[in-house]
Structure formats: C-alpha cells, structure tokens
Design a binder for this molecule. Structure first.
Ligand SMILES: Nc1ncnc2c1ncn2[C@@H]1O[C@H](COP(=O)(O)OP(=O)(O)OP(=O)(O)O)[C@@H](O)[C@H]1O
Length: 331
C-alpha cells in the first residue's frame, strides 16, 4: 500500500470535519476522493500532504509513518485549483524550480525539464511566460512542475475545477493517459461524479467527514453501499420505498400484476435520444422513468395515460434513506 490512512479525525473547534477515516490507497493507482462540497475531501488531502495535522490517527506513505513529518519531507507533489505559478519565470524555469532548489546539476535539470515538457505537450511553449498560456496549459505546466522532483505521491485538489467544461474534459482524458505513462500514485479531489467515474481506478466517497464507500467505478455504480452513494453516482428516483435508477423502471399500459404501482403520466419530455416520463402514482408520488424514443413510441405514452410501473429484473435498488446494502430486487 502506498498511502495508509488510519483512524484519522480532524475537528475545527466543535465541528467534526473528518471522523475516524480509514483508507488504503494502493501504489501506482489513480484514486479519486469524491463527495459533495464541504464533505471533507480537501481536508483529507491536506492531511496526506502534511499541510494540516490530524487530531487523531496516522498517515503512512510507502510504509513510513508520515504523521508528524513536515510537507517537504513527505515527497509529495501537489497541484491546486488555483495554482500559484511564478509569474516572472518562463514555463521551463517554473518546471525547473524544484530541481534548482535541490541543487541538481545544470545538465541534469535541462534534460529532466525537456522530458517533462514533452510529457505534458508543452515543449514548444518552454520560453513563454505563464500569462501567455491558456488555463489548461497552465494546469499542465503545474503538473509538470509537481512531477519534476519525482514525488512518491501526487496530490491534486480539483486541478481542473476553474476551467470550462470542454477544457476540463480534455484534461481529464489527458490525465488518465499521463497516469498510464508515469504510474505515480495519484490522489485527486473532485465533486464531479462523471470525472471520478471516467478517470479513477478507485473512488473513495467522502461525505460529512466519513467514508461512505471505497471501490472501483463499476463496484460503486453496480453495488452502491447505501442510498447516498447510489444517489451521488447518477440519477435516481423513488418507487415503492426503493431508490432506483429511472432507466431501471419498466412501464406497461396494461394493468400489471401484484407488485406493480399504478399511476398517470404527468409529463413527457424528449431530451436527445431519451424520453423522460414523470408518472404520478395513486399515492401522489412523482416517479421518473426514462426510456428510448422507440420504446416510448411503441407504448404510445402521452400525458394523462394510465401506466403500471415495476422495477426491472436485476436492477440495483437501495431502501430509500437507508444505509444497508440492498439485495438485488427480485421482481
Ligand atoms: N480552517 C478551517 N477552519 C474551520 N473549518 C474548516 C476549515 N477548513 C475546512 N473547514 C470545514 O471543514 C469542512 C470540510 O471542508 P473541506 O474543504 O475538506 O471540504 P471539501 O469536501 O473539500 O469541499 P469542497 O469541495 O467545497 O472543497 C467544511 O465544512 C469546511 O467549512
């Protein structure tokens, strides 16, 4: 294990930001800390970096107890959302900085900077000033700078958070490819579930200072530990006391058997390839059902139509508001 977080608790006055957090992050993986704003992700990352101290618990990095080590002794590299670049230095100088203060030889530094700028596709910009780069290019420079000193662990706090959606998406793909090349153990914070699902090998879901679940993107999506994880990782709706994904609800226009829920179509919305149907049940709850356009057409669904809803066989469900893993719904 590369990073072992054991029993970490952090309080700010009376406020508990992290409570008894236990996470093991394997060497060489790309791990996302995912959760809603204020859940404690950045606090955990800052504790790993040594920028914040835990009130209880230990942090081990590559087997060494780092709990009391200052940040510069932990051999971690970090990149933040608004990275403090040296505005008066060229791109190449910014990347070289960490190596220069470590008094590495000139030719060694030049070779390493060359290699890193190639890696982040900025070779042609080495003589530019940071102000002459786009936001995405600046973040790539920041990553090259963090990687320069060959950290054991790379920590990224919403590194693409300030960029527009298109650049974010490009950088996200790029980070995945970069990681496949260099394999440095990387932990990144995000509140964007799509970003985590697309990029990470493993996701740690952090909410209200606690770890809700740890797993691969598939494990989290297919076997959510609880209602919170299920809702956080994709669209859900409620049917008959269960949290379920809207595409996992089947609708029929002929009366269904026992276990089906009768309702009336309130609204039909066509969005791209899918149709989003809101059904009001007899008990007055609104249930969202999504289906393909072809399927909706074949059912002839329109506002005011009577429908019967059931949960598709094999669908993942979680008791609404509950915290226990649910068995796969047997319908
Ligand atoms: N220095 C501090 N003093 C007091 N409270 C703090 C301090 N730093 C963080 N907090 C509180 O701890 C909680 C967790 O903060 P943290 O920044 O770790 O959340 P986060 O999950 O990273 O959220 P975001 O995605 O918004 O950055 C928040 O409620 C925050 O207000």
């Amino acid at each position: 294990m590369s990073i072992d977080i054991s029993g970490v608790t952090k309080k700010y006055g009376d406020f508990v930001a992290l409570e008894d957090v236990n996470v093991s992050i394997p060497t060489g993986q790309l791990t996302a800390l995912l959760g809603p704003s204020g859940g404690g992700k950045s606090t955990l990352l800052r504790i790993i970096a040594g920028l914040e101290t835990a009130d209880a618990g230990t942090i081990k990095i590559e087997g060494t107890d780092a709990t009391k080590l200052p940040p510069q002794k932990r051999n971690v590299g970090f990149v933040f959302q608004h990275y403090a670049v040296f505005k008066h230095m060229t791109v190449a100088k910014n990347v070289a900085f960490g190596l220069e203060i470590r008094k590495r030889k000139k030719d060694e530094i030049a070779a390493r900077v060359d290699e890193l700028l190639k890696l982040v596709h900025l070779s042609q910009f080495s003589h530019r000033m940071p102000s002459q780069l786009s936001g995405g290019q600046r973040q790539r420079m920041a990553l090259a700078r963090a990687l320069a000193v060959e950290p054991t662990v790379l920590l990224l706090d919403e590194p693409f958070g300030a960029l527009d959606a298109k650049v974010r998406k490009e950088l996200r793909d790029w980070l995945r490819r970069l990681h496949d090349e260099v394999h440095v153990t990387t932990v990144f914070v995000t509140h964007d579930q799509e970003e985590a699902l697309e990029v990470a090998d493993e996701i740690v879901v952090v909410n209200e200072g606690r770890v809700e679940q740890i797993g691969t993107p598939d494990q989290l999506y297919d076997q959510p530990a609880n209602d919170f994880v299920m809702r956080f990782l994709g669209e859900t709706t409620l049917l008959d006391g269960h949290t379920v994904r809207p595409h996992d609800i089947e609708a029929t226009t002929t009366p269904g058997g026992p276990g089906t829920v009768a309702g009336t179509v309130e609204r039909v919305l066509r969005v791209g390839f899918e149709v989003r149907v809101t059904v009001r049940t007899e008990s007055g709850d609104d249930v969202l059902v999504t289906m393909t356009r072809t399927h909706a057409r074949s059912l002839g669904l329109e506002e005011g139509a009577k429908v019967w809803l059931s949960i598709a066989e094999g669908a993942i469900t979680v008791p609404a508001g509950g915290t226990q893993p649910a068995p796969v719904a047997a319908v």
